[in-house]
Design a protein around this ligand. Structure first.
Ligand SMILES: Cc1cc2nc3c(=O)[nH]c(=O)nc-3n(C[C@H](O)[C@H](O)[C@H](O)COP(=O)(O)OP(=O)(O)OC[C@H]3O[C@@H](n4cnc5c(N)ncnc54)[C@H](O)[C@@H]3O)c2cc1C
Length: 225
């Protein structure tokens, strides 16, 4: 989005933009990665892979980064947008519900969403270890499975399985978006069949910008979708 803005303002060629990826590829979904890598190249973004910020020297505007190919010091950084490592609230690990103190997610069976440590506890969303990329879209499916499973345990029915469905919406410029919908194994799981979701489209951007907020508040939050 920033690059698109700078390109429109005619200053992109004067800026050095770097993107630090925690993994080797942006999403791990090959079709989406292809589109994103092409976008990075179009904007002239330098991509540092398997990268982790080790140190920030704020007084000299330098950032030390460990990458898959060694350590680099980025100097003269005018602006840095850093996102902290993903982790759950500490009280989950303190309660003995996590397998690891970091990221400290609730240790659930990722298919049934039931705690592996305490049968009466169920978990979903960002704080649960559901072995897929967390998203609000993923919750839509998780809530359904979890609610049915709690009822099934009460009534002696069969447990449902969550396939790890998740959604990765990525804006490529001010008017286009890719909406990657995949299951736990990266297999496409599109909500609208026969439409290549990885193709950047204006219609997907319009859907995400204008239609989804309405669907979210009127239908998803009320459990109707
Ligand atoms: C920048 C950004 C953009 C995103 N864009 C998208 C998108 O376009 N599409 C999409 O599907 N997903 C998106 N996501 C992901 C989505 O927002 C999350 O997956 C979703 O909000 C997870 O919901 P949750 O209820 O599990 O957790 P949260 O939304 O984090 O809710 C947990 C709540 O629990 C509260 N809480 C924590 N500890 C306590 C406590 N001790 N007592 C009481 N309350 C507590 C927190 O304050 C919080 O309100 C985005 C996330 C980010 C950060």
């Amino acid at each position: 989005m920033a690059c698109d803005h700078w390109r429109r303002a005619g200053v992109l060629q004067d800026l050095q933009v770097r993107l630090l990826l925690p993994a080797a590829t942006p999403t791990g979904v090959p079709a989406a990665d292809e589109v994103l890598e092409h976008t990075f190249a179009t904007y002239g973004v330098e991509v540092l892979r398997e990268a982790r910020i080790e140190h920030v020297d704020w007084d000299v505007h330098a950032v030390t980064v460990a990458t898959g190919t060694g350590r680099r010091v980025l100097e003269d950084v005018a602006f840095a947008h850093a996102v902290p490592h993903y982790r759950a609230p500490r009280w989950i690990a303190d309660a003995g519900l996590a397998a690891d103190p970091a990221p400290g997610l609730v240790d659930v069976d990722p298919h049934t969403l039931r705690s592996r440590r305490q049968e009466s506890i169920w978990a979903l969303g960002d704080a649960a270890d559901v072995a897929t990329r967390p998203s609000g879209g993923a919750l839509r499916k998780q809530v359904d499975v979890l609610a049915r499973n709690i009822a099934a345990v009460r009534d002696g029915g069969e447990l449902q399985r969550y396939d790890g469905y998740t959604v990765i919406p990525i804006t490529l410029d001010r008017r286009k978006l890719v909406l990657v919908e995949v299951d736990r194994d990266g297999r496409p799981s599109p909500s609208v069949p026969f439409l290549d979701p990885v193709k950047p489209r204006r219609s997907t951007w319009l859907l995400d910008r204008y239609a989804l907020p309405v669907i979210y508040f009127r239908r998803i939050l009320r459990g109707r979708v």
